[in-house]
Ligand binder design. Sequence first.
Ligand code: UDP
Length: 489
Amino acid sequence: HGHPHHDNVQVNQDQPLKIYFIPYLAAGHIIPHSDIARLFASRGHHVTIITTPANSQTIRNSIPHHPNFTVHSVHFPAQEVGLPDGFESLSAVTDMVSLGKVYQATTMLRDPIEKFVESHPPDCIVADFMFPWVEDLANKLRIPRLAFNGFCLFALCAIESLKAHPIPLDASPPFLLHGLPHPVTLKTAPPTHIKEVLEAVIAVELRSNGLIVNNFAELDGEEYIQYYERTTGHKAWHLGPACLLHRTAEEKAQRGQKSVLSAHKCMSWLDSKKENSVVYICFGSLCCFPDNQLYEIACAVEASGCEFVWVVPEKKGKENENEEEKEKWLPKGFEERNLDKGMIIRGWAPQVLILEHPAVGAFVTHCGWNSTVEAVSAGVPLITWPVHGEQFYNEKLVSDVRGIGVEVGADEWGVIGFGDREKLVGRKDIERAVRRLMDGGDEAREIRWRAQEFGKKARAAVQEGGSSYNNLTALIHELKRLRCCKPSA
Ligand code: UDP
């Protein structure tokens, strides 16, 4: 093999690409993965998302019909692993046993996905790094494979730095990340197990034809793009922020899942508030804090005197069957006292819509990358409260490197976002961080100004002629070139 089909070059160049996307089964992966697929569809290419039935339904409900955008379902082995029907996402999980089952079920998707892909081979596969076996499939079919992991490139640079310069066992914090363009230090080190798992899947990712990044080059920064490409020899394609795809307000309210309140209700509440007066609090789709941590948040918010929108996952209430036990996380009379001041959303919130509202002046976030880049896109400064995964690196990009947020002081790097934790973030620390951004002082003004500047850059990046727009053009060109040069079997 290895003879390019030169004769077909012209025909091939004009033909749209056929691309398959295989997202991991968690909201934080499916949402950006589907948005990135839509970007390719908007340029006239044929995209198919391969996922399981319940996730297919969610994607279809949240994404308007487009002739180039299809979703293909494969069987989810719920019965085989002992999960109830429809429980097809890590985002639905609040205990380790179910987590293990969902994880096991995702490994069983390999067979049906391989069968489908082999019987209808595409020009390229974009696969989540949590499916490392796609490497063998792409190699077998001799098609290019692009990796996606939902991280920003800065986080991958931090991971590379730690791989080259591990933290000595006897070291104490702060831990310097050697070799990065800025002097970045961590308050806490990643759990060894998580570090090893990540490094293993990243090794497979680095053998792909390139990495798609849901960020814009200006936020990661040229210095980090160069660091990544120099240390790994791998190419990164910044195509985001994908959340800036054009959508109506109702579409935004359905993004990811149908929100528990209407776009209209949410917007009219925010419309009644002054510019930059509301703190938005949400910890993504996986985190589920214990009652005592939520209680600290409630006390801090009340003490700060700020107006607020606070999202508490619906799965929270389900743990306690008993009505009385249900909401132990709220101080007595909290909602009655704060009827006008705040809104608690129990369940899925229309996050992008909320962040884009001018009344929102700060975002208390766990620094999941999607939440982070959504806030940046809206020009909203962040109060960073990382919990697990690569969130501690994202915090550093936001606070120390770009100066668009303040840290709450979280220093417990969990294995996962639920269950009991050893340390609480206390109400005083939360209140202090909220006041730092909401008190209107010089520091707050500067941070807000920088956040707004990055918001403008994000929106420019996805416009025609912007950095992400041009990267997408170049990537499409590259995929067409690879299609032409495809070695014959
Ligand atoms: N999200 C939302 N409403 C919610 C909770 C989350 O729309 O009530 C969305 C949020 O906008 C983001 C995603 O879910 O797109 C969460 O991804 P992220 O990477 O921030 O965190 P993860 O859920 O992976 O921890």
